[in-house]
Design a protein around this ligand. Structure first.
Ligand SMILES: CC(C)(COP(=O)(O)OP(=O)(O)OC[C@H]1O[C@@H](n2cnc3c(N)ncnc32)[C@H](O)[C@@H]1OP(=O)(O)O)[C@@H](O)C(=O)NCCC(=O)NCCS
Length: 152
């Protein structure tokens, strides 16, 4: 069985390094701030799996009182295609299920469509939903390039 546990303070540097290696960080998503916010909430966690003590797989999971969401799914390149991300998704689903969450959602960035086959293999499907967004932090918005086609 692949064990996942909530990350602790001492994991922060290794988790940020893993996300950077896996290409998940963006200028407008300060990973340290994202970690702090997720860990401050009682309704979210960052779960990780270690090999020889080092975090090699992560997943951020939480719920907003209605739906469950996952973010920052990452497997270190040296440990891919061994079912670890599938195990991470199962751990996140279990996390949500025990909290009574009836449905999971996730977002895939345009340009990362290759990963859709991975999610489909786990039973996820296109929800026919358009995700809309609005920044509340002008500092972060300034770093965000905006959706394709936005001119202003
Ligand atoms: C996506 C990612 C987490 C998958 O990690 P992983 O541990 O290798 O995934 P698993 O071993 O659990 O994959 C299980 C199955 O999913 C499918 N799969 C996994 N990665 C895939 C990919 N990049 N493209 C297509 N199918 C993929 C395969 O069918 C695989 O089974 P197989 O190895 O028997 O063929 C990893 O490639 C990664 O960290 N990518 C960079 C970060 C990222 O894009 N995260 C997702 C953001 S939405």
């Amino acid at each position: 069985m692949t064990v996942f546990e909530p990350m602790c303070d001492a994991d922060t540097e290794a988790v940020i390094a893993l996300w950077t290696t896996c290409g998940l960080t963006r200028p407008w998503n300060d990973p340290a701030a994202d970690i702090a916010l997720a860990r401050r909430s009682r309704e979210s966690d960052i779960l990780l799996h270690r090999i020889a003590g080092t975090p090699v797989v992560t997943i951020m999971v939480g719920h907003d009182g209605h739906r469950g969401w996952v973010y920052y799914l990452a497997t270190h390149p040296e440990h891919r295609r061994r079912g670890l991300a599938g195990a991470a998704m199962a751990a996140a689903e279990d996390w949500a299920r025990v909290r009574g969450v009836p449905k999971m959602h996730l977002m895939v960035r345009r340009g990362n469509e290759g990963v859709i086959a991975f999610y489909e293999a786990l039973g996820y499907e296109d929800g026919n939903i358009l995700v809309m967004q609005k920044w509340l932090d002008p500092g972060r918005e300034a770093l965000y390039p905006g959706p394709p086609g936005r001119t202003g």
